[in-house]
Design a protein around this ligand. Sequence first.
Ligand SMILES: Nc1ncnc2c1ncn2[C@@H]1O[C@H](COP(=O)(O)OP(=O)(O)OP(=O)(O)O)[C@@H](O)[C@H]1O
Ligand SMILES: [Mn+2]
Length: 461
Amino acid sequence: MLLSGILVKLSRLIKGKMKLKERVALGTFLMLLVIYVFLLTKNRKKESKFTVWEAKIVHEDSLDKFQQEPKAELKVEAAVFPKQQQKDSKEEFISNEINRLRLEFKDVQIDDVKNPFKVAASWVNERQIYPSEHPEMSAILKTMSTAKIIHADALPKGTQIKLLLSLEGGQKVVFKQKRYERDYVITGKPYDGYDRHNAEIAAFHLDRILDFRRAPLVVGRTINLRQEIMPVATERLLKTFREENGNICYFGMCLYCKEKEMACADGDIMEGAVVLWLPDEWSVFQKQRHPYQRTYVDGRYAQWERDETYCNRVVKKTVPYDRGSRLLDVTDGTVFDYLIGNADRHHYETFKDHGSYVMIIMMDNAKSFGNPFHHESSILAPLRQCCILRNSTWIRMKQLQNGVLTLLLEEVMSNDPIAPILHPSHLNAIDIRLTILLETVEKCIKEHSKEKVLLEKWDGI
Ligand SMILES: Nc1ncnc2c1ncn2[C@@H]1O[C@H](COP(=O)(O)OP(=O)(O)OP(=O)(O)O)[C@@H](O)[C@H]1O
Ligand SMILES: [Mn+2]
């Protein structure tokens, strides 16, 4: 209607039949039409700018690889193919991480790496047990898992049964033996049960995936106790050996080591995890009480359990948590321990006399993966109360959400000599726990701002 009216008017204008009044009205109308079309296209442009900005934020939060790409390119691509782009980056991230972390025990020749234990020893420094890129890892773990055992002793440190073995060449390893089947669920208090050998293995791989690099190297190993241990065992260890129903058992030497609670092999074959002993020059530790230590007494609560302001009031004002890397190591440790379900970080160790920048070593992760149906919220307390986290850890957590973490974990553990390492219910638990961790940090950000929560460096309050 409007269009035909305009056409009639235009033809009259051309034929010169239009009055002056009509000419003015038509001119005004056409001018308004031009202004309207101009404004419309301008708004469209604004809208598409917003879409680009939104897409960029999503990427910044999810994949830091993206941040390294030229921003201009990202803007265009993200606006045109936001979904596809995200998918591609996620797939690229996964395949890069698999390349970085994958272990090949079958194909690797031990000789490929000249002296694997020397390589492992050279890796250690005050902030890492191994580097981010570690192609020699397969050869090192394979050697740990297969090298001849030349000496075996009880390791009297700690509360749990474990052996200290020397491998050919003199390298020491701790052997933590199997006590439970993979589907056994530990109930009761969060720190109940014996050590879980498979948990020690899974925790090590999680440490690699998170790129913390603070856990000693661990691999599965089956040992013929009669042939490989008994002939080279010390007197004091051998004294704890018994035979029960055709199975070889031992109870070792430790605080809770009792004859009534022996660890028994399947016949002569004992499955376990071997943990690489740290090099001598890095084996003088400073052992410290964890600021979030439990009382281990029923009905008695620690300060942090009674007071949500404990971190701000006490921890953040106490050396060495008042500034520097230590408190960020504590909250990194919270992320790690919550994922693995470890509520037993009563003490921690650092390298003695290596400055205040030394890391918290994530040693002893065997009291984890006890109950996949329970997510122990008390483990979150340091993160919840201190509300600070390394920005790099946050970025990594975001990269690993939506099943990426468990996909990688399953993949990298699949070649361990005693795979499968974790029952699927534990992988499921990790996915749930990662979501809860992300929510915990998000809550902190909402309350205190991103700048105050996500840090590169903690300068104190
Ligand atoms: N790979 C290693 N390299 C060097 N020292 C180690 C290693 N593993 C264990 N240790 C030493 O042995 C101690 C006891 O080991 P671990 O913590 O694994 O035993 P535990 O019985 O679980 O102890 P706890 O009962 O206190 O938890 C450690 O605190 C550490 O000093
Ligand atoms: Mn322990």
